[in-house]
Design a protein around this ligand. Sequence first.
Ligand code: BGP
Length: 459
Amino acid sequence: MYKFPSDFFWGAASSATQSEGRVPGDGKGENIWDYSSQQFNHRFFQGVTTENTSHFYQDYQGDIQRMADISLNSFRPSISWSRLIPDGDGPVNPQAVIFYNQMIDELLAKGIQPFINLYHFDMPMAMQEIGGFENRQVVSAYVRYAKICFELFGDRVPYWFTFNEPMIPAEAGYLHDRHYPYVVDFKRAATVLHHTILAHCGAVKVFREMALSSKIGIIMDVIPVYPRSQHPADLEAAEMADLFYTKSLNDAILKGAYPAEIGLLLKQYDQMPMIEAGDLDVIAATKIDLLGINYYRPRRVKARESVPNPHGVFSPEWFFENYEMPGRRMNTSRGIEIYPRGLYDIAKKLQVEYGNIDWFVSENGIGIQGEEAFIEDGMVQDDYRIAFLREHLVELHRAMSEGSRCLGFQMWTFVDCWSWVNGYKNRYGFYRLELPSGEKSIKKSGLWFKEVIENQGFN
Ligand code: BGP
């Protein structure tokens, strides 16, 4: 029997832009996703925009009842900055206050702990127009927004998170051309990341000053890195991938300082972000209470087989290449490897290298294209999702039995949702969303998870 603690958090995660939808007259301001899914519609799978979501704004009561039906005891939605403060830094939208109050109260009434995330990739358009996180004024606006959230909802929210995967908007928006504003420039990406870290620090500071009894943390996607071989060149490539994509952020947040190696490298290549006097002290002084880890896949790397163009755009990929390991197990819908052992490795890393901090799995899951093919007797028979979940939970259990302080497991996601770039291509939910009717129905994995929660584990 794989038994989990009786106070373990079992839940699911979601995000405002991916689930709420927009209703005429709701007072919500535009964010970069509302804008880019309209203006760069061809970049989105089947051209689906943020208008077409799972309608959490209107159906939050129904969804929360569905959560209770499968015995979830925690749920991590995000607050939409542009819904609460339509222009990012001005007046508060009273309808948003009503909505988030009702949503939080409804969760609590159903015995589901709200884990509230303040930012899930969704920069208000008015803030993006003045440079987004490249502009320090936006850092201040974010801290003001966080403070308003703590004031409005802080009496009832037990767990707060400043950001979801802060590396992604910097990397996907400013280096890899996947998210708006579609910039390809390492130095600007590094500045965005640095300012995002400062925004996190500012929100934590305000939170501490308010002396709330709740806890605050951040959600990060830690991708464990594996070298192709033990050859020194492959080991060095793995070090570099880890340094740029994981340690740069993790060490700043969890150890209070950027790794010295990255500073040297960025100076050498003239890629230092805009760091002002005092920034590093702010980072050093900021401590979180709880860490969320999103885990989907490993990163396998090898030494580069060609010399990068020294006149090209600087990129971490100058120092390594991605490695396609023969025999790897793939989720072909999303084009990523399935590697449950990675979750154990992350847990050990947190235990050994990051002071055995309290943490939880804030996202894990498998997105499948064409899931309707698995419908039998009116239900998605997603045995592949049950197997995926089971294998990851076994690895997590192993790490916990060796002392990892993991407090919970939240699945991505509760009901199939709209995704950044991929629209409705890959389905992740415990509940299926029928399109265009919007009808929601439980999948086999939802029933399996309910049983796991009720038994506090599985055989
Ligand atoms: C995470 C994000 C989620 C979600 C998930 C699935 O990185 O935090 O918002 O989208 O990935 O990824 P995708 O939707 O791209 O398949």
